[in-house]
Design a protein around this ligand. Structure first.
Ligand SMILES: NC(=O)C1=CN([C@@H]2O[C@H](COP(=O)(O)OP(=O)(O)OC[C@H]3O[C@@H](n4cnc5c(N)ncnc54)[C@H](O)[C@@H]3O)[C@@H](O)[C@H]2O)[C@@H](O)CC1
Ligand SMILES: Nc1ncnc2c1ncn2[C@@H]1O[C@H](COP(=O)(O)OP(=O)(O)OP(=O)(O)O)[C@@H](O)[C@H]1O
Ligand SMILES: [Mg+2]
Length: 329
């Protein structure tokens, strides 16, 4: 082929690719906007007739000697998103530290006591959702207690968001959440690989993230799975959603805790609203999309102000404005 016609062919090919890319982008932006509208539908209106607690009483199970930041980030995020009360169930050593971070949290130093599951169970009738795992650690005795808490939550039909070391526990014993439709798993890259390997006894196909998330959700009996990453991929075993809300390149620790804490509240709101408000989509999937968009938007806004020095506390300071921008416009 002569050089000129090769250049022409190259330009044509480039135009076709660019057009395909921009169509694909336009399509995904439209999908994102449609799903954001569903999130808006599940948000309960602020009203002077409601009593304290009606907009959400959330429990976070996590916090040990090493990790006190993670449960704090999750629990304070739940409050900032709009829950009325936020509890933390943590070990004895972690409790005074978490209390000192914030007078707004209710902190129970029960997780390493012999009757831990029973102590938490007493509170379950008063909670709308649990977030299990941020800063939990991997101590066997603690994980055994958390197993009891998960069993008790399932028996009461309480929705559970499982993150961080809660996912470590689920990777050891997938039967714990198998088929529990009110569970949402929020794995990061490593946690997803671990779960996938535990369930399928083989590595993830990194070229097929959508398929991997869909298959994992199906294999676990349609629990909702949120794989966090450059794009968040979400599935309930039937639908796959992608959240590409603009964030930033800053990857400080704690962003996932903001996501799981926010999701605790959104899950409660979504289940209260029901599938008629989510246009037939799973309420939990819509809630998860809301939490992903919000976390990424907080990250974006914080990064505009703080750049490389952005930390999760800066992101939490953005929750109010990010929420308004995404869901109250
Ligand atoms: N301030 C705190 O108290 C914090 C405590 N955290 C807690 O720390 C504990 C361990 O959590 P981890 O998230 O470290 O869990 P893991 O022990 O599973 O470690 C994940 C590892 O994978 C690496 N990783 C992450 N994304 C990756 C990618 N895309 N490709 C390759 N490697 C990747 C990370 O650098 C990390 O070392 C949990 O209890 C968690 O909640 C974290 O939530 C961060 C904040
Ligand atoms: N490469 C990326 N680009 C943009 N956003 C990302 C990227 N990776 C993760 N995120 C976003 O960061 C948030 C937290 O995801 P991440 O994978 O950091 O969780 P994590 O490792 O569990 O965090 P944590 O430190 O709290 O445990 C999610 O909202 C996700 O969408
Ligand atoms: Mg995490």
């Amino acid at each position: 082929m002569a050089l000129n016609s090769r250049c022409r062919a190259f330009r044509t090919c480039k135009r076709v690719l660019e057009r395909a890319f921009s169509l694909c982008k336009a399509h995904s932006i439209k999908d994102m906007e449609n799903t954001l509208q569903l999130v808006r539908n599940i948000i309960p209106p602020l009203s002077s007739t409601k009593h304290k607690g009606q907009d959400g009483r959330i429990g976070v199970v996590g916090g040990c000697q090493e990790y006190t930041g993670a449960p704090y980030f999750a629990a304070i995020s739940a409050l900032k998103v709009g829950a009325d009360l936020s509890h933390v169930f943590c070990t004895n050593a972690a409790a005074p530290v978490i209390k000192a971070y914030s007078p707004e949290l209710i902190v129970h130093p029960v997780l390493d006591s012999p009757g831990a599951a029973h102590e938490v169970e007493k509170w379950l009738p008063r909670l709308h959702a649990l977030v299990v795992g941020p800063g939990l650690g991997r101590d066997d005795a603690l994980l055994e207690n958390v197993k009891g808490i998960l069993e008790a939550s399932k028996a009461r039909d309480i929705p559970v968001v499982i993150d961080a070391d809660g996912l470590w526990l689920v990777a050891q014993q997938p039967a714990l959440i198998q088929g529990y439709r009110k569970a949402v798993l929020t794995p990061n890259h490593m946690e997803f690989s671990r779960l996938y390997d535990a369930v399928f006894r083989g590595p993830v196909d990194s070229d097929d993230r959508h398929g991997s998330v869909l298959r994992l959700s199906q294999a676990l009996g349609n629990v909702t799975v949120v794989q966090k990453g450059e794009h968040d991929i979400l599935s309930d075993g039937q639908q796959v959603l992608v959240c590409s809300q603009e964030g930033s390149s800053r990857r400080c620790g704690g962003q996932g805790d903001l996501l799981s804490g926010s999701l605790g509240v959104l899950v409660h709101w979504a289940l209260l609203a029901g599938p008629e408000k989510t246009n037939g989509s799973s309420p939990l999937l819509v809630a998860a999309f809301g939490a992903c968009s919000l976390t990424r938007q907080c990250n974006h806004q914080a990064f505009q102000k703080h750049g490389r020095s952005t930390t999760t506390s800066d992101m939490i300071a953005e929750v109010g404005t990010a929420f308004s921008k995404l869901f109250e416009t």
